[in-house]
Design a protein around this ligand. Structure first.
Ligand code: RIB
Length: 311
């Protein structure tokens, strides 16, 4: 079983569904409210866990009502809580999510709360598990110093460092130097490079900007247009799989968890992209973010059906 570690966010998603989303000043009658485990970091590692990896998240939450939802999630899934720091007086991260039932699209306000106290020291305290892992995976919902520390440890032990640069925040460009795989979506790719990725030429130009910053492999997720990959020599695209989406929250996280699992297992990148695409496609057919992540057998079944590919 491949081992994946990284600093990542623990957040509870408070999700309201409505036939259409209100404009400013409007009140819309909604249909359902749900509370569930979320956070990009925790979603990605849940996806990796269900896809077959042993995962360790480095994170922080409060000892409050929302924190209990996350504790239950980790216990039910059987995922390690070794590096989850519980702050008795702290507030657990939360996200207010609105889902438009007509198209399954969302709008999210995220409150990082305790996640903003994940320090470089917190990450370094997990050094033994960086030495022992097969891949490091992180995002931008903890702190920049935590991401720097994770990259340093990944480099120290020669492990693939996968960075999902989400959500967009202003970071020093040096953070990208030495990143093995960067996995922005189309919006983030444009925000970090200033290049519109509406076309393959655009993806190529955005990737060139990431290469200038020191990134080695660029993976841009393009929603219904699939995924674009390049290492500067080879270029690949994988089409999206047509499914009936009910909620797209966490679709990118599913992709990253699936991708990290495949990279940690050492499979070729074209196969890793297909594995990740299948992980994401299944997740949008289910409600919730972490709860929507598929299991390895389901991913492999879809991979065989769509791409005639095995892991
Ligand atoms: O990527 C989706 C996630 O972003 C949600 O689960 C929410 O917690 C926000 O952090």
């Amino acid at each position: 079983m491949a081992k994946i570690i990284g600093p990542g966010s623990l957040i509870v998603d408070v999700t309201g569904f409505a036939p259409h989303l209100p404009v400013a000043g409007e009140t819309t009658k909604g249909s359902t409210l749900r509370f569930g485990p979320g956070g990009k970091g925790s979603n990605q590692l849940t996806a990796a866990h269900r896809a077959g990896s042993e995962v360790k998240i480095i994170s922080r939450r409060g000892d409050d009502v929302l924190g209990q939802i996350l504790k239950k999630h980790y216990e039910t899934e059987g995922m390690s809580e070794e590096y989850i720091h519980v702050d008795p007086s702290g507030e657990t991260g939360s996200a207010l999510i609105e889902i438009d039932e007509s198209n399954a699209q969302n709008r999210i306000i995220v409150i990082f709360a305790a996640n903003e106290l994940v320090t470089a020291e917190t990450v370094r305290a997990a050094e033994k598990d960086f030495a022992d892992c097969d891949a490091v995976l992180t995002q931008f919902e903890t702190t920049v110093e935590a991401v720097f520390a994770a990259k340093e440890l990944a480099k120290k032990y020669g492990k693939p460092f996968i960075l999902n640069p989400a959500p967009f925040i202003d970071v020093p460009k040096e953070l990208f130097d030495g990143v093995d795989y960067i996995t922005p979506n189309e919006t983030e790719a444009e925000q970090f490079t200033g290049v519109n990725v509406d076309s393959i030429e655009g993806c190529r130009a955005a990737a060139a900007k990431f290469f200038e910053m020191g990134v080695k492999h660029v993976v841009i997720t393009l929603g219904v247009r699939g995924v674009y990959y390049t290492d500067g020599t080879t270029e690949l695209t994988v089409p999206a799989i047509k499914v009936k989406a009910v909620e797209t929250t966490g679709a990118g996280d599913a992709f990253n968890g699936g991708f990290a699992t495949a990279i940690a297992e050492g499979v070729p990148v074209d196969v890793a992209l297909k594995f990740a695409t299948c992980t994401s496609a299944i997740s949008v057919t289910r409600l919730g973010s972490s709860p929507s992540m598929p299991y390895r057998s389901e991913i492999l079944e879809l991979m065989k059906k769509e791409f005639n590919e095995e892991l």
